[in-house]
Ligand binder design. Structure first.
Ligand code: ADP
Length: 404
């Protein structure tokens, strides 16, 4: 059976999923796994199609010191213990830079170009590229596809793409890219099925997870996002502050004497819900905590979602629907209810019983703006893109020998 491997590599973990290619290009998830604790306490965990655990094993630190070695361990486990030899590999790559508005088949030239964007996403891009390079050198005939978090937003208007800084810096790549694009693209493709009445309209999608952002969509296309040059901007997140006056960064550098690397670490790991609460970066823990600062952090999160929704509704010049997705958006009825309350002025009313079901339409029948919960699936989106590119490559050259 043909399979597609999807890889999402970070600094200390490699997540992977295997999809079986069924008739007419349908994909069925077979395996979901990850190696985390890379370089500290490496551990492989995986589950099968029905969610049952099929692997849970620890490795000595010296056998999985980095991302390429984790990829090798995962690859050997898939090949030798599960007989998985994928026909293609799809990768999540955070940054496609200014030029990539769709996924791309990888070769050495593409890797070289994507390396230029390391400076735009230093915490993610090098780790995303590491397994690509490993596979390129070990299995050069195996097709690989890069799918970008920025791509979905690339066609937004120039007004949404610029900062008010000298033009030359925009040309150099200092732009408002926007992220979580694979999630938004998946939702845009699901909306015609789950909510056909509003799929072609003006929709705000709130991707609320450890990382959080919102996207304004018109007719299934991104027109505005709360994130910009990096994934630091916009909403408060688990450990990132969201919107911050750049003067604060200047203050940290000049008055507090923090070196740039420390400021970077601070902004990515010590702020957001964690910094505000002093309790946790995890929404579930904040909601069960009795510490007043935990409650304040939750209130702050909700408040900023409301403020940003106002901004995005202005970008859309109106609003036809609001969609929740990702860890918090899909699972927390209480956060959704608090956010809906903040959106009351727009005409949003939640149906409490529907909200508790965590899926489909959750707004009351008299709500002016319908509200939905739509579970996201970024990995399926990557697998679909990978299969589509593979098929177009094969139809362009039917004599090409299939990689195995
Ligand atoms: P990421 O993929 O960015 O790591 P997720 O989309 O998995 O993040 O979301 C993780 C967040 O979702 C965490 O803050 C977690 O506490 C929150 N979350 C998951 N389930 C619930 C729940 N039932 N109630 C509240 N928050 C939840």
């Amino acid at each position: 059976m043909d399979t597609i491997l999807v890889v999402n590599a970070g600094s200390s973990s490699v997540k992977f999923q295997v999809f079986a290619v069924e008739g007419e290009g349908r994909l069925k998830r077979q395996i979901k796994g990850q190696i985390d604790g890379i370089g500290s306490r490496p551990r492989l965990r995986a589950s099968g199609a029905d969610g049952n655990t099929i692997a849970d094993r620890a490795y000595p630190i010296e056998s999985v010191p980095d991302v390429p070695s984790a990829m090798a361990v995962a690859g050997a486990w898939l090949r030798e213990e599960n007989s998985i030899n994928p026909v293609a590999v799809g990768h999540r790559v955070v940054h496609g830079g200014p030029d990539h508005s769709r996924p791309v088949l990888i070769d050495h030239g593409v890797v070289g170009r994507l390396e230029r964007y390391i400076s735009l996403a230093p915490l993610h891009q090098p780790h995303n590229l590491a397994p690509i390079r490993t596979i390129l050198s070990n299995s050069p005939a195996l097709p690989q596809v890069a799918c970008f978090d920025t791509a979905f937003h690339r066609d937004h208007d120039a007004l949404a793409d610029h900062y008010a800084i000298p033009y030359q810096l925009h040309a150099e790549g200092i732009r408002r890219y926007g992220f979580h694009g694979l999630s938004y693209e998946y939702i845009a493709r699901r909306l015609p099925q789950v909510a056909p009445d509003i799929a072609g309209g003006r929709v705000i999608v709130a991707h609320l997870g450890s990382g959080a952002s919102m996207c304004a969509m018109k007719n299934g296309k991104s027109v505005e996002s709360t994130m910009g040059f990096t994934a630091l901007d916009g909403l408060a997140m688990g450990t990132r502050p969201g919107q911050l006056d750049p003067g604060v960064v200047l203050y940290l550098l000049s008055e507090k004497g923090m070196p740039a690397s420390k400021v970077q670490d601070f902004l990515y790991r010590e702020c957001g819900l964690k910094g505000l609460s002093g309790v946790s970066n995890d929404m579930r823990e904040l909601q069960t905590s009795t510490d007043p600062r935990a409650k304040f952090a939750v209130d702050y999160f909700v408040y900023r979602v409301g403020l940003n929704a106002g901004m995005l509704a202005a970008a859309l010049q109106g609003l036809d629907a609001f969609v929740f997705t990702a860890g918090i958006g899909e699972n927390s009825s209480s956060i959704r209810a608090l956010i809906a309350e903040r959106l009351g002025w727009l005409g949003v009313t939640i149906d409490a019983a529907e909200n508790d079901k965590h899926s489909g339409k959750i707004s009351a029948s008299n709500s002016k703006i319908p509200v939905y919960v739509v579970p996201t699936d970024e990995e399926l989106m990557i697998a679909q893109h990978t299969l589509a590119l593979l098929m177009s490559r094969q139809s362009a050259n039917p004599n090409r020998a299939r990689a195995s």
